[in-house]
Design a protein around this ligand. Structure first.
Ligand code: SAM
Length: 191
């Protein structure tokens, strides 16, 4: 994937290709950072074919997945049991507004293998922050520069220092959870 243009994503998914799954153990590690007292409502930004969205749904979350690639959303919907607690919407993360979302306050927002493709990160982090319930968790899963993945695919990686600073500036806190080949940067909206 050379760049994040919508056309490229659509043709990628049209060839029945997909991205690496998050293991169940890795997801459990991420979920340990979520306040269990909050209602289980998740927003998966850049959900692709909904691999993570579905996993969260099966763990009891009401989920909303957002992606721009129609072919990915078609697959996500075809793999979805008819349930009002699992919905997908088409949206551009560069322009998406909280009013485009069916819910205002999510207890968990995930963003897996996506942040490297977001051009306006400041705006994106503000959207995530403002869409969280107080005490809610934002989990950014991404490969970083200097990692094994970066040797082969630098275009999908971000600077660890930069993302930590951006999250720290917006949320006032950030924790890094190593998940094997990728890192999970976790921030909470202040209560
Ligand atoms: C590497 S894939 C990861 C997909 C999914 N999160 C996963 O881990 O399987 C990146 C995803 O981000 C989506 N994406 C990239 N830029 C986007 C944008 N501006 N708005 C919405 N989705 C975008 C792509 O369509 C693609 O599905």
């Amino acid at each position: 994937m050379k760049n994040g243009s919508n056309q490229n994503w659509d043709s990628y998914y049209s060839e029945n290709r997909d991205f690496s799954l998050m293991t169940s153990q890795a997801l459990t590690k991420v979920l340990a950072h979520v306040d269990a007292r909050l209602e289980k409502i998740c927003l998966d930004l850049g959900c692709g074919t909904g691999q993570l969205t579905r996993e969260l749904f099966h763990r009891g979350y009401t989920c909303v997945g957002v992606d721009l690639a129609e072919s990915a959303l078609r697959t996500a919907k075809s793999l979805t049991v008819q349930a009002s607690s699992l919905t997908y919407i088409r949206g551009d993360l560069e322009t998406l507004q909280s009013t485009d979302l069916p819910r205002r306050q999510f207890s968990l927002i995930t963003c897996k293998l996506v942040i490297a493709f977001v051009k306006d990160k400041e705006r994106f982090l503000k959207l995530a922050h403002d869409s969280l319930a107080p005490g809610g968790t934002f989990a950014v899963v991404t490969p970083v520069f200097g990692s094994k993945i970066c040797e082969k695919k630098p275009g999908i990686c971000v600077s660890s220092e930069e993302i930590e600073k951006q999250l720290g500036d917006r949320f006032g806190n950030v924790t890094v959870e190593p998940l094997g080949d990728v890192e999970c940067f976790i921030s909470h909206r202040q209560s």
